[in-house]
Design a protein around this ligand. Structure first.
Ligand code: HEM
Length: 409
């Protein structure tokens, strides 16, 4: 997890940074950013290809989609030893997200197996059942707070199935996830995170005592995995299990919320999907492009000149997927949502290169089921009048709450 950004002062601009590259850009707490993140990101795309922000301890910011894509891929230059800004000194390895090739590759196969087509297909009926159950609870009310009542809950249910955890854990698990991602301060976030780790640790001990008959999709893959010809040890399993929770819950919640927010404000786009639900997969790609959520980072591995910029060992560099999606050099009129946009799939919402998101297929199915199940039931969907749009930002750019209304027959 990340250090509280407020605790990290702006850096003195290092001597190797040319003054004309300095742009104050704070993608976590900047008041202008939180008031209008998409506007600030769109404005960043007009800056030089790579700028340096002294905020949050100081970091390079590539402002073009092509260069952001390259940062994800060039692990020879940019290491995943640090993947968040401000940097965090970790006590334990984060597997696989915090490893570089070739070590990363030893674990990657296990993770991709967990979320392959077979797993996702096997979960589809459960996901639909979850979406219907959650919708049943609020459709008749004509209103909901979408984050708490749907977007946080559906991904948690999917995780319980993936991990073979009991449904009785649902409410507790939701409370840990909310505490971790939305805690009021670092202590609250850490306390919630520690509960997840403690639970997972005990659960792994119990389950791995007798490796036969393991349930879900994660445990059998962890039990079968081998690294350097040996089984995974407990620390490795725990790290992977916890990394998945951190990587696969808030991101999906945030993506769902941006999509529903947009659709609640655009009856024409909503109607297109109601008239032709076969458009939904295209619509998802376009909304992933337009409303990217994940901002990862890398640490510069050795002194290097990159696109004409001198970078020093240990410098931090941002790879912002929301910024990449708004680059007009790649996407015409990027703030416009156009489900028919030809190159909409060229977004980097799920990263690129060796760490490209293994949960992308699962996420896409969650989004599709959400739209298929909710849109026909929320007639004349709209934002609740007067409800504030309150953004929170870090590795994930999210709306804290989304108050929706619709007509009840
Ligand atoms: C809309 C939803 C999601 C978004 C936008 C997203 C985005 C990303 C991005 C950008 C990366 C690359 C990180 C890097 O290069 O440092 C990534 C990696 C990862 N994601 Fe996702 N993700 C989503 C959902 C999920 C889900 C549902 C899961 C798990 C079930 C998941 C598991 C992971 C893992 C384990 C990694 C690290 C992979 C590695 O290091 O090899 N993600 N994700």
């Amino acid at each position: 997890m990340s250090a509280p950004a407020s605790a990290v002062p702006a850096a003195v601009v290092p001597a190797h940074v040319p003054p004309d590259r300095v742009v104050h850009f704070d993608f976590r707490r900047g008041p202008d950013f939180l008031a209008d993140p998409w506007g600030v990101l769109a404005a960043m795309t007009a800056k030089p290809d790579i700028v340096f922000s002294p905020e949050l301890g100081g970091y390079w910011v590539p402002t073009k989609a092509e260069i952001i894509d390259e940062v994800f891929r060039r692990h020879d230059l940019f290491s995943s030893r640090q993947i968040s800004i401000p940097r965090v000194e970790r006590r334990a390895k984060s597997i696989p997200a915090g490893l570089d090739p070739p070590e990363h590759g030893k674990y990657r196969k296990t993770v991709t197996q967990m979320f392959g087509g077979k797993t996702v297909m096997g979960l589809e009926a459960d996901m639909r059942e979850t979406a219907r159950r959650l919708a049943d609870a609020f459709v008749k009310n004509g209103e909901c707070e979408f984050v708490a009542e749907f977007a946080r809950r559906m991904p948690v249910d999917v995780f319980l199935k993936l991990y073979g955890l009991p449904e009785s854990l649902r409410e507790e698990f939701v409370s840990w996830v909310v505490g971790f991602f939305q805690g009021a301060n670092a202590e609250e976030m850490m306390a919630a995170h520690n509960k997840t780790v403690a639970y997972m640790s005990q659960w792994l001990d119990e389950k791995m005592k007798n490796r036969a008959g393991l349930e879900g999709h994660v445990l059998p893959a962890l039990a079968a995995a081998e690294v350097d010809g040996r089984p995974l040890d407990k620390e490795e399993m725990l790290s992977m299990a916890v990394t998945l929770v951190n990587a696969g819950l808030d991101t999906v919640t945030s993506g769902m919320t941006h999509m529903m927010h947009f659709l609640a404000t655009s009856p024409a786009h909503r109607q297109q999907l109601l008239d032709d639900p076969a458009l939904i997969p295209n619509a998802i790609e376009e909304m992933l492009r337009r409303f990217g959520v994940a901002s990862l980072a890398r640490v510069v591995d050795h002194d290097v000149e990159f696109h004409g910029v001198q970078m020093k060992t240990g410098d931090m560099i941002l790879a912002s997927t929301p910024l990449a999606g708004l680059d007009p050099a790649l996407f015409d009129n990027p703030l416009k949502v156009d489900f028919a946009r030809e190159n909409k799939r060229r977004h980097t919402a799920f990263g690129a290169g060796p760490h490209v998101c293994p949960g992308a297929m699962l996420s896409r199915v969650e989004f599709r089921i959400m739209l298929e199940e909710l849109l026909p039931r929320l007639r004349n969907l709209r934002l609740a009048p007067g409800a504030p749009l309150d953004y929170t930002s870090g590795i994930t750019l999210a709306l804290k709450k989304l108050h929706l209304k619709w007509d009840v027959a």
